[in-house]
Design a protein around this ligand. Structure first.
Ligand SMILES: NC(=O)C1=CN([C@@H]2O[C@H](COP(=O)(O)OP(=O)(O)OC[C@H]3O[C@@H](n4cnc5c(N)ncnc54)[C@H](O)[C@@H]3O)[C@@H](O)[C@H]2O)C=CC1
Ligand SMILES: N[C@@H](CC=O)C(=O)O
Ligand code: NA
Length: 817
């Protein structure tokens, strides 16, 4: 046989009671009738409690009582045929009259004893059970209302009575045997003492009733019908990707029960655990959901952990001092004291040096704990054998739970990597040797970020979410958004990665959305945003949003964002940049970026600083990291100048070719940066630094391709004008090269710690002769690539290839352990 328990929401409305009847209908077809345990209608127990308290304070309760009555009567009117209604009204009315009398007594005496309170509370379950059993009787024959006061026997500890298991089980068995052909519908939560007075079973009481019946009758299963889809991997209000578990063990259920939205209160299920009866959590509002089964031993699961539980507000107390070292009985004294004072200790850690003990308590217990400890250890404190207690508030506990963790190395590594990577500081750690729970204490502000990051790290079958904050909506920024938009489904399906753009700013406006700004409407969203651009504001907001797997992307050509990188790294946020100004500033600044990113365990990626999307920075990094040494680099790294020399042929005019390069998106926002050689200089400097040379801009020897007048142009328009007036200068260069069958090439070289960039005329035997479009080419001569160089060649400028390089950096972020 089965026991089915329905919680408050399942009997809370006409619609839910109708669903309940359908469920009973299916069960009724079985040979063995189930036992049904019911809670009070949703909210009724709390209402009764506050009515009782109000009455004790002399306040009126009649209106609330009338509402309560009406809620039950409305259900009767809707769900019982007219001819069946009167008997139900009569039964209910008797109870409401008794309830009124009791409340009146409390009001008169201005006193609410635990015994009276239990009696008052019991009307919730009594009325819902009478009501539902009457309705059920209309549909099924042989329904029997059972008042649990008759069969569950307890002591007289009103409010939280202790069950006499042996006696209760015997009474339940007798009742069941005598009514085998009937469906028993039983009041949850309430019981009776020897004198027949009503007691209650405390927190989770109706689940307890179901477990007691299940145990007494050796039920094949106990179903707990509630309003959510079973036990989930995390609190779904905090972790949107939390999903329902199909199966977990009793131990796991116990450990996971810390969730805010408690599905069951596991201690009440102990009678079922002891008899190894499976407990199935079902959803009345989604009956087709197959349920979460909690059982003694589960099938092998592929999930590394079953879930992540959390408590979002705790305090820790830390007790330190030499007086504890090697002193047996110290922790006994401490924790006996707390137990005596009824202070619940949630977590304990002690270092093996025995120099300190840290423990967590509820915030409301903190001050009292401090007081009693200081009294108890007064002498040790005075003798400085103990230091004064340190209290820390606003903390949270996050715990990963699962029996699969046992003897599986790497679980704590994964947990701490996810936390560290996201800048979550761990204040204390606890893992029992049973290895099915690792708990960490962190700042309450970080809880949401930590839960999501840890959930992403463990449940790899789910899509991992990156949160990107993007500066710059120009050529590159815009193209990146288009690429992300077009490719998002592929990334989800093939890489399990979802990129959410959580913030965008250009020089005018900024906008934010932790659920991701739509990549179809971002321009309108930005336009409509109330926030004026403010870089410090943008970064502060990014920190404040505290999202997991966060990255800052600089797609500007501005020096301003550079000043903020360090602050971003220090907030444990990775940086991706196509802006070369940062890495080509002072060497000191370049080093600071690298070192700060490393000490904070985040990435600093800038592949597009050299050769746009071409794999140049990563190639050099791999050479260096694997112990190679650069002997010489020779390269063409200005896409713009490359394009110009590849197209400045025959009758072509220099001015028009430069214009075309700009229109094609190859140039910097200011094309003078390209033609002056500055952009090339920046790239060579970055390469030289990545190759291990602590070089400054002044160490680069650079020959310009421009005549003096162009170099001195005060504006971009003036600059273009000089290209026209200086046409002869460029034509001369071209003719000189063409005369000897050569081509013009602007070539950079790094050798022996020296960088030069100059204009050369090369013939067809030169490896850099054959280039077209905006091609870049780089040849690395290293200790290992000595005979023949390692060469990378291809288009080295343009919005598509550059945005693609930024995109690749994004996907390569080491968010996954
Ligand atoms: N075009 C190419 O082939 C390549 C370009 N790059 C780099 O890409 C970067 C961007 O280039 P484009 O998109 O062509 O420039 P752009 O001028 O088209 O766009 C720059 C964007 O940055 C924004 N911006 C500037 N200062 C800002 C600030 N302080 N705060 C917020 N936003 C700010 C502007 O509002 C604009 O939206 C440059 O650093 C360039 O060197 C790198 C490799 C190749
Ligand atoms: N303007 C640059 C673009 C790449 O960094 C170039 O022309 O190479
Ligand atoms: Na590159």
């Amino acid at each position: 046989m089965k026991v089915l328990k329905f919680g408050g929401t399942s009997v809370g409305s006409i619609a839910s009671i109708q669903t309940l009847l359908n469920i009973l209908g299916d069960e009724f077809k079985n040979q063995e009738k189930p036992v049904i345990v019911l809670s009070a209608m949703g909210g009724v127990t709390n209402l009764l409690a506050s009515m009782a308290e109000d009455a004790a304070e002399g306040k009126e309760f009649t209106a609330a009582l009338a509402d309560l009555e009406k809620r039950h009567f409305d259900v009767v009117k809707s769900l019982l045929d007219v001819q069946n209604q009167n008997p139900a009204f009569t039964r209910l009315k008797i109870h409401f009259n008794q309830l009124e009398e009791l409340l009146q007594g409390v009001l008169t005496l201005r006193e609410l004893t635990p015994k009276t309170r239990d009696q008052i509370l019991s009307f919730g379950e009594r009325c819902s059970t009478i009501m539902v059993s009457k309705i059920a009787a209309q549909h099924f024959k042989d329904v029997l209302f059972v008042d649990a006061v008759e069969v569950i026997k307890t002591d007289s500890a009103f409010g939280n009575a202790k069950v006499n298991t042996e006696l209760s089980e015997m009474l339940i068995r007798n009742l069941y045997e005598a009514n085998k052909d009937k469906m028993l519908i039983v009041t949850g939560f309430i019981a009776g003492n020897d004198a027949g007075q009503t007691t209650t079973l405390g927190r989770g009481g109706s689940d307890y009733t179901a477990a007691i019946f299940g145990s007494a009758l050796n039920a094949k299963e106990i179903q707990i019908w509630t309003d959510v889809n079973g036990m989930m991997t995390a609190d779904p209000r905090m972790v949107k990707k939390a999903f329902s578990l199909t199966e977990l063990t009793y131990t796991e259920a116990m450990e996971l029960s810390y969730f805010g939205a408690k599905v069951i209160y596991p201690p009440t299920m102990i009678p079922a655990f002891l008899k190894k009866i499976p407990i199935v959590i079902k959803n009345t509002f989604e009956p087709e959901f197959e349920g979460t089964v909690i059982r003694h031993d589960c099938k092998a699961s592929s999930l590394p952990i079953k879930g992540i539980s959390s408590i979002n507000n705790i305090s820790i107390l830390n007790l330190e001092g030499s007086g504890m070292v090697g002193k047996s009985g110290f922790s006994g004294r401490l924790f006996s004291l707390l137990a005596r004072e009824q202070i619940n200790v949630i977590l304990i850690t002690q270092s093996s040096s025995e120099h300190s003990i840290t423990f967590a308590v509820q915030p409301q217990d903190t001050e009292r704990a401090k007081q009693v400890i200081e009294q108890e250890f007064e002498l040790e404190l005075a003798a400085k054998k103990l230091e004064h207690l340190v209290i820390e508030k606003n903390l949270a506990i996050l715990a990963i739970v699962g029996e699969n963790m046992k003897q599986t190395p790497g679980m704590s590594g994964k947990l701490f990597h996810a936390l560290g990577r996201n800048g979550v500081n761990v204040r204390a750690i606890a893992q029992g040797s049973s290895e099915y729970n690792i708990s960490v204490i962190i700042s309450a502000n970080d809880l949401s970020k930590a839960l999501n990051a840890v959930h992403d790290a463990f449940f790899v079958q789910l899509t991992k979410t990156l949160h990107a904050f993007c500066l710059g909506t120009g050529n590159i920024g815009k193209t990146l958004f288009n690429q992300l938009n077009a490719h998002s489904q592929y990334l989800k399906d093939n890489n399990g990665i979802q990129v959410k753009i959580a913030g965008i700013s250009n020089t005018r406006k900024m906008t934010f959305n932790s659920d991701g700004i739509s990549l179809d409407t971002w321009q309108d969203d930005l336009q409509a945003s109330p926030y004026e651009a403010d870089l410090q504001g943008f970064i502060s907001k990014m920190k404040e949003m505290n999202l997991p797997n966060c990255v800052f992307i600089d797609n500007t050509a501005s020096p301003v964002p550079i000043g903020f990188y360090e602050q971003v790294f220090k907030a444990n946020i990775s940086v991706i940049t196509c802006n070369k100004i940062g890495n080509s500033g002072s060497y000191q600044q370049y080093r600071t970026f690298k070192d700060t990113a490393r000490t904070h365990g985040v990435d600093f990626f800038y592949e597009t600083n050299v050769g746009a999307g071409l794999p140049i920075i990563n190639t050099l990094k791999n050479l260096m990291n694997s112990g190679d040494r650069v002997q010489r680099i020779e390269a063409i790294l200005s896409g713009t100048i490359s394009f110009i020399f590849n197209n400045f042929k025959g009758d072509a005019n220099f001015h028009d070719v430069v214009k075309e390069a700009q229109e094609k998106g190859y140039t910097e926002p200011d094309p003078r940066d390209d033609l002056s050689g500055k952009d090339f200089m920046r790239k060579m400097l970055i390469l030289a630094r990545d190759a291990g040379y602590a070089m400054e801009e002044a160490d680069v020897e650079i020959e310009s391709v421009l005549p003096q007048a162009s170099l001195e142009a005060k504006s971009v328009d003036d600059f273009y004008a000089t290209l026209k007036t200086e046409d002869a200068h460029f034509a001369k260069l071209k003719d000189l090269a063409e005369k000897d069958g050569k081509v013009l090439r602007y070539i950079g070289k790094l050798e022996n710690g020296k960088v030069t960039i100059n204009l050369q005329m090369v013939d067809e035997n030169h490896p850099f002769y054959m280039l077209s479009g905006s091609d870049n080419i780089i040849s690395f001569i290293t200790d290992r690539y000595k005979e023949r160089p390692l060469v990378v060649k291809g288009p080295g400028a343009g919005a598509e290839v550059t945005a693609a390089g930024v995109f690749a950096d994004l996907i390569n972020l080491g968010v996954a352990p």
